[in-house]
Design a protein around this ligand. Structure first.
Ligand SMILES: Nc1ncnc2c1ncn2[C@@H]1O[C@H](COP(=O)(O)OP(=O)(O)O)[C@@H](O)[C@H]1O
Ligand SMILES: CC(=O)OP(=O)(O)O
Ligand SMILES: [Mg+2]
Length: 411
């Protein structure tokens, strides 16, 4: 008898889902994947793949995650090659990626009580948590017999010390409002830690690294003996590194000088969700989209790209190496590996080369050939080594991480 898990990863404009099954041997098998992209702009696209079926098509009337989820579910249920799922009731668990988990450290079974606690966290992360909460409601409606589990992107960072988590502001207000560094991409960092430890043939508790999750949202994590000691994102994902549409760190006073109405509520705020125009500008109208006019990093890294693209690339590399230097010191130089992950970290040989050249002074190196052509079975690839310190690429997988935790610690 197999247990079936559906992993649900809600991005700001996409919905990525994977169906997994496992049996007594506790080995996860991926059965099928479905992804809806372009959710807020018409038409949205649905991409589906299983061992028997590959499909890509436009889908109409998908203006929110709930509508996208209905398409995804229909695709899974229509695919007769997925023998483990003949009807909705064959799905045992739905795992939801929740970016801002507040004080939650571990995955939570979603009950009425935990649902309301997660819903309340929307105040801290209006731009990130809403779609996840909407999908919990959709699952409750469409899959009434499934057990819903919330998996928090912030959970991995609960081991950061207090002096790293705290901002230098009035501590009474900080406590009252939960204003501290939380950090995100934790599902990815947890996957990377286990995968890299396996690759190095060491227990995770003895493995230390600087991990770079570089996607359209980008962050870095300092991991000592398998645990996060610092990361670049903070109260929200806007801080730290810049991203596709995010500014990354700025002087906070810049907000007051940017436009006269930056402090007003943004047009997309509703009665329930209060997003300031500044928050929207820094999250959705900044980053390489603002500097280079595209949020596609592959375009930015093209050989003959214009000067605006080169500026975006140089800013990104500058901020990355600055944090690597800082985390090298925080880890006391005691590092097994520097790990590139995320869409950009995994696919851009140019970005990896630019970063490694600038941090060679810290004792990192790479082999150009291995960097250009990743060699091995994955998910971890070695691309360089200097004095036993390795440079690695890891194909990270947040969906797998959620399903893996659900399998190892069933709720
Ligand atoms: N071949 C490539 N070279 C450089 N960047 C790439 C390549 N393929 C994809 N990317 C970039 O990866 C980013 C998306 O990464 P991903 O981790 O999937 O992001 P997210 O989960 O935040 O949407 C995009 O900026 C995209 O342009
Ligand atoms: C937390 C975060 O920024 O997520 P993503 O990279 O998926 O946008
Ligand atoms: Mg991502």
């Amino acid at each position: 008898m197999s247990t079936v898990i559906l992993s649900i990863n809600a991005g700001s404009s996409s919905l990525k889902t994977t169906l997994y099954a496992y049996g007594d041997e506790k080995k996860l098998r991926s059965l099928a994947k479905a992804e809806v992209s372009n959710i807020n702009s018409q038409p949205a696209q649905l991409k589906y793949s299983s061992s028997a079926k590959q499909d890509k098509k436009d889908v109409d009337n998908v203006s929110d995650h709930k509508a996208a989820f209905e398409h995804v579910l229909k695709s899974f249920l229509e695919d007769e090659s997925v023998k483990e799922v003949k009807n909705k009731d064959d799905i045992r668990y739905a795992c939801h990626r929740v970016v801002q988990g507040g004080d939650f450290e571990e995955d939570q079974l979603i009950t009425k009580e935990t649902f309301h606690k997660i819903e309340a966290l929307e105040d801290l992360a209006p731009l990130h948590n809403k779609s996840a909460v909407d999908l919990m409601v959709a699952c409750h409606e469409h899959l009434p017999n499934v057990a819903n589990v919330a998996c928090f992107d912030s959970g991995f960072h609960h081991t950061m010390p207090d002096h790293v988590r705290a901002y230098m502001i009035d501590q009474r207000i900080a406590k009252e409002k939960g204003l501290r560094k939380y950090g995100f991409h934790g599902l990815s960092y947890s996957y990377i830690t286990r995968a890299v430890a396996g690759f190095l043939d060491k227990p995770p508790e003895d493995t230390s690294m600087i991990a770079l999750h570089l996607g359209s949202g980008a962050s870095i994590c300092a991991i000592r003996n398998g645990k996060s000691i610092d990361t670049t994102m903070g109260l929200t994902p806007v801080s730290g590194l810049p991203g596709g549409t995010r500014s990354g760190d700025i002087d906070p006073a810049l907000i007051f000088h940017y436009t006269s109405d930056a402090s007003k509520l943004s047009p997309s705020s509703t009665k329930e969700l209060h997003i300031s125009t500044a928050e929207e500008i820094l999250n959705k109208r900044s980053g390489w989209k603002a500097v280079a006019g595209t949020s596609d990093f592959a375009e930015i890294a093209k050989k003959d790209a214009p000067a605006s693209h080169r500026l975006a690339l140089d800013i990104f590399v500058d901020r990355i190496v600055g944090y690597v230097g800082s985390y090298y010191v925080k880890l006391g130089g005691d590092i097994d590996a520097l790990v590139f992950a995320g869409g950009i970290g995994e696919k851009s040989a140019l970005l990896r080369k630019m970063v490694i050249e600038k941090i060679a002074c810290l004792g990192f190196s790479m082999d150009d050939k291995k960097n250009e052509q990743l060699d091995g079975d994955g998910p971890v690839y070695g691309i360089g080594e200097h004095n036993k310190r390795k440079t690695l690429v890891c194909e990270t997988d947040e969906d797998y991480e959620m399903a893996y935790n659900s399998m190892m610690h069933p709720k």
